[in-house]
Design a binder for this molecule. Structure first.
Ligand code: ZN
Ligand code: ZN
Length: 262
């Protein structure tokens, strides 16, 4: 499986880097060119032809930084003659998306246009804990511990598997399920705040480097690559330093623009 990282931060921003300005974009991972995992960043990073290759969008939860690329993506592909793109998530997420975004007030209802019989988007309600066949992959959403209904995903093909945490605070089910998968090759785990912001992490239900280290003990897979992502740009330097200080050789900070083969 090839994962192209369109965005992997907890907000948008531009940072001063040692090699010039460094873009930070909200989360969007393009999987095998056809499945988008979260839709924080889509159209600003993909030529139209590549947007048109996307057939499924998996949403971890309804928070704006994970859906905000979806409206303009829908606008770009609407009426292109292709079959509808499936937006798959928990029923709470799908219901919220239709009520609050595609409600003909904030944005047109791309679930009914250009025509109700041939819309731009269709929805698929996912039950947590059930495995679905999506674009030739096995996708299992697992409930995680966030401020709103939210899932992480375990994605598998015949050869390998990876875990995508979505936004979460301390949790169990996702790690327990993933640790049993022999072909698990990589885990993408959020780490939003530095250790100095532990209280903010607790009330907003996100992880810090020290909490991530606790969660990695539950995952208990030192053999796989761990990619920290969803860093808040304003705290990126400090979070990165604290992650390095954990001294875990398999732990990396995910970078935008890279393609990871799992
Ligand atoms: Zn988020
Ligand atoms: Zn969130």
């Amino acid at each position: 499986m090839d994962l192209r990282i369109l965005g992997c931060h907890g907000s948008d921003g531009v940072l001063d880097g040692s090699h010039g300005a460094q873009d930070c974009n909200t989360c969007g991972f393009l999987l095998n060119g056809t499945v988008l995992v979260d839709a924080g960043t889509v159209a600003t990073k993909l030529p139209l032809k590549e947007q048109q290759q996307i057939r499924h969008i998996l949403l971890s939860h309804l928070h704006f930084d994970h859906i905000k690329g979806l409206p303009t993506f829908a606008d770009n592909i609407s009426g292109d003659g292709a079959s509808p793109v499936t937006v798959a998530s928990l029923s709470d997420v799908i219901t919220g998306l239709k009520a609050h975004i595609f409600n003909a007030a904030v944005y047109p209802d791309f679930f009914t246009i250009p025509t109700p019989n041939s819309p731009t988007l269709v929805s698929q309600m996912l039950d947590a804990g059930t495995t679905y066949g999506i674009s030739g992959l096995e996708v299992t959403p697992i409930l995680v511990n966030h401020t709103v209904p939210a899932v992480g995903f375990i994605v598998q093909d015949a050869a390998s598997a990876f875990l995508y945490s979505g936004d979460t605070y301390l949790t169990d089910a996702l790690w327990l399920k993933a640790r049993q998968i022999p072909q698990l090759k990589a885990a993408f785990i959020e780490c939003s705040y530095p250790n100095t912001h532990m209280e903010l992490a607790r009330i907003s239900k996100h992880l810090t480097p020290s909490l991530l280290a606790q969660e990695l003990k539950k995952l208990a897979r030192p053999d796989i690559a761990i990619y920290a992502y969803h860093l808040k740009p304003a705290h990126k330097t400090q979070i990165t330093r604290e992650l390095k200080d954990l001294g875990l050789p398999n732990l990396m900070v995910l970078t935008e623009g890279q393609t990871i083969t799992v």
